[in-house]
Ligand binder design. Structure first.
Ligand code: HH2
Length: 264
């Protein structure tokens, strides 16, 4: 039987996230939302205080901490597993102090390498994601020799770096970074050949939820991409994804349950 994938529920405490910006900027609303996702079956809550959508403006460390700390603290105190979606060392450090157990770094330790040392010291988990360019520039002209080979080589190198800093290999998850410096064809190719990334020997995180590649396939707006999110999540599961980063936890969970029952 295929192992059940973990669902990572997205808790964005931002004014400008591409699909839910501004909805949960207030800490109480974000905490409530996190609790709701957990009740719907999220195994892990990914709290983020800075949008990484293409062209997003950066946010100061002080502001990011103020957004995420109360949310991480309350959700961790409830007993939920929490990851902190940040590339800033002080934000990661504060969130681990408030009870987060995983750092989700979309720069894979390139923005602030010391996040690796922090995770090593604290025994925290670490998600290393592939991105070509930076959120400001990444969608300008993404180019690869072979997108899957290039992403695999990148993740392999970042895994080595993290391990050399003392992060336990068994605590590291890898993510191809759907939508981060990729054309529609790059995203589709990565999903089609996701299984090739299994050679890296680490759990794979995949985030397709509501992303713009879905809209590029069918013209849908961001609030209307549940079908595409479900289809891509089920296909990622079939290709061996271990963790799915999702906004619509209840719906995706049902789709995965039925898919797993059939695939058994
Ligand atoms: N996608 C987003 C943010 N963080 N982390 C990982 N590991 N993988 C992803 O695919 C990923 C991520 C973008 O989605 P979202 O948080 O909804 O939007 P925004 O960055 O605009 O806040």
């Amino acid at each position: 039987m295929k192992p059940k994938p973990k669902l990572m529920g997205v808790v964005n405490v931002t004014p400008d996230s591409f699909s839910d910006g501004g909805l949960y900027l207030d800490a109480d609303a974000a905490i409530e939302h996190g609790r709701e996702l957990a009740a719907q079956g999220a195994d892990l809550l990914d709290v983020g205080g800075e949008s990484t959508r293409p062209g997003a403006a950066g946010v100061s460390e002080k502001e990011e901490r103020a957004r995420v700390e109360p949310v991480v603290s309350a959700l961790a105190a409830d007993g939920h597993a929490v990851s902190i979606d940040t590339s800033k060392l002080p934000v990661a450090e504060a969130a681990l102090g408030e009870g987060a157990s995983i750092v989700n770094d979309v720069t894979a330790l390139r923005a602030e390498p010391d996040i690796g040392c922090l995770c090593a010291e604290r025994g925290a988990g670490l998600v290393l994601m592939h991105m070509q360019g930076t959120p400001r520039t990444m969608q300008k002209a993404p180019a690869y020799d072979d997108v899957v080979d290039d992403v695999r080589a990148f993740l392999s190198e970042r895994l080595e770096v993290a391990v050399s800093m003392g992060v336990e290999e068994r605590k590291i998850w890898l993510d191809p970074g759907i939508g981060f410096g990729k054309t529609l064809e790059h995203n589709l190719e990565l999903l089609r050949r996701l299984g090739e990334l299994r050679e890296l020997g680490r759990p794979l995180v995949v985030g397709t939820s509501r992303k713009s590649f879905i809209g590029k396939v069918d013209g849908s707006e961001v609030g209307d991409r549940l079908g595409g999110t479900i289809a891509s999540s089920v296909l990622a599961l079939a290709e061996g994804a271990d963790v799915l980063r999702i906004h619509d936890v209840a719906e995706v969970r049902q789709a995965l349950k039925v898919s797993l029952a059939v695939l058994e």
